[in-house]
Design a protein around this ligand. Structure first.
Ligand SMILES: Cc1cc2nc3c(=O)[nH]c(=O)nc-3n(C[C@H](O)[C@H](O)[C@H](O)COP(=O)(O)OP(=O)(O)OC[C@H]3O[C@@H](n4cnc5c(N)ncnc54)[C@H](O)[C@@H]3O)c2cc1C
Length: 411
């Protein structure tokens, strides 16, 4: 049996930082990674640029209080100082989004991998953990590559989002087998599926817009602004994905939510923003839109009103409407939602192991002494903008440091 001080299950953002923190605190650490390579989600994140944190107000939709408590223990400047101490240079962009300065996600993984080697952290890949057992002197961990033991273990096996980059749900059993519970995992930050007829002919259009999700009764629930991307199945793009958690909840509750797109930002009638915005009535810009179209109608023949103003596909769709109906359609273009895309297309997992079952100061289990958890496996899901990686890195740092310092108190 190979014995270590801390065994880390999973070599993603959370597991790698946990291993480095544990090793810095003097522990002999081992990472067991199921896949042939570590850090695959880091490489895929932010379209290959890795939006690794956010310096603004912290924004989590699920497990918000727990996430805030964890990030209170490890604020963004500490997390960035940790990555900087490994050699990573970062830069900040609009909305507080933090990226590697060189613009490449690979740089993040490179510094983590180099630090693992420098610090002598043991790593075994192709080693899915199949059993995590609590014994008298710690944990017994089984993989197809052998069995391992340690007084402390950090679970960092991630969530189900991201298709082949995520898992199939079976690793949750490692924690439920020890008495933890599981909130049903659901895809979040994922594209929206619409009635085919509502998006017909628009696939491929990427348009600056304000998106407002209204519930079954027509009340606005959430809004986000950015570039909406029409697809053959519905609407994608960051601003659409921001609304997917709420849309999924409405659909599961049997409602028939409608997404309204206001193209005022495309036409210069509202600023172009890339963020959440307060939810308001979808038609709030209709007066200025009407005035804008009337002024245009003074100088252009009716059949040329939309030419050069809208992309051809959208103009074809709206052709023939009266000026008022056109203003309505451009301020509140309705798309009836029928679903949200699954884990394959999702960026993060909502649900998971409840944070309340762990101490947010240390990430130690309240049920199993010596067991720590970090990252996406916990029931925490953040907004787009770097919040999910930030939580993974910060919770990994805390879990690793505290696992290294763990000492079982004899009863
Ligand atoms: C396409 C995409 C883009 C994204 N972009 C961003 C972004 O720009 N900014 C942001 O903040 N977030 C982004 N996210 C989300 C973010 O990447 C994740 O929330 C974060 O990486 C989770 O880190 P983690 O360490 O908890 O899990 P993971 O990175 O998933 O790591 C878990 C690891 O555990 C391994 N594992 C699973 N089961 C076992 C087992 N039984 N035994 C051993 N190992 C196991 C897995 O193979 C994996 O390597 C994105 C996600 C996706 C899919």
């Amino acid at each position: 049996m190979n014995t270590f001080d801390v065994i880390i299950i999973g070599g993603g953002a959370a597991g790698l930082t946990a291993a480095l923190s544990a090793s810095r605190a003097g522990a002999k650490a081992l990472i067991l990674e199921a896949a042939p390579r570590i850090g695959r989600k880091i490489l895929a994140s932010g379209n290959g640029r890795c939006n690794l944190a956010n310096s603004g107000e912290i924004r989590y939709e699920g497990g918000a209080a727990f996430a805030e408590a964890v990030l209170g223990q490890c604020p963004v400047n500490e997390m960035l100082a940790f990555l900087s101490s490994l050699g990573l240079a970062v830069c900040e962009e609009a909305g507080g989004r933090i990226y590697p300065a060189c613009g490449q996600a690979a740089a993040v993984l490179d510094v983590l991998r180099a630090a693992l080697e420098r610090q002598g952290v043991a790593l075994i890949t192709d080693a899915p953990v199949t059993l995590l057992q609590k014994e008298k002197n710690g944990f017994h961990v089984c993989t197809p590559q052998g069995d391992f033991a340690a007084p402390a273990a950090v679970a960092a096996f991630g969530g189900m989002a991201g298709g082949r980059l995520g898992h199939d749900g079976s690793p949750y059993r490692l924690l439920t087998g020890l008495g933890h519970t599981l909130r049903p995992p659901r895809p979040a930050l994922t594209p929206l599926i619409a009635e085919k007829s509502d998006v017909k002919g628009l696939s491929g259009l990427r348009l600056p817009a304000i998106l407002t999700l209204c519930d079954g009764g027509g009340s606005p629930a959430v809004s986000a602004q950015g570039e909406a991307l029409f697809t053959d199945y519905g609407v994608s793009g960051v601003c659409a994905m921001q609304l997917s958690r709420r849309a999924g909840e409405m659909l599961r509750a049997g409602q028939r939510p409608v997404l309204y797109l206001d193209f005022s930002p495309m036409l210069g009638l509202a600023p172009r923003l890339y963020d959440r915005v307060p939810a308001g009535p979808p038609r709030k810009n209709v007066t200025s839109m009407r005035a804008f179209l009337r002024a245009r109608a003074h100088t252009l023949p009716r059949d040329a009103l939309l030419t050069g103003l809208l992309p051809r596909l959208l103009a074809q769709r709206l052709n023939g409407l009266s000026l008022d109906a056109l203003a309505d359609a451009l301020c509140a273009f309705p798309v009836r939602l029928t679903g949200v895309k699954g884990f394959e297309n999702a960026q993060v997992t909502a649900g998971g192991v409840p944070g309340e079952e762990f101490d947010p100061q240390t990430l130690q289990s309240r049920l199993v002494p010596g067991l720590f958890a970090a990252g996406e496996l916990l029931d925490v899901d953040g907004d787009c903008g770097g919040f999910n990686l930030q939580f993974a890195f910060a919770s990994g740092m805390l879990a690793g440091k505290n696992a290294a310092n763990f000492q079982e108190v004899s009863p």
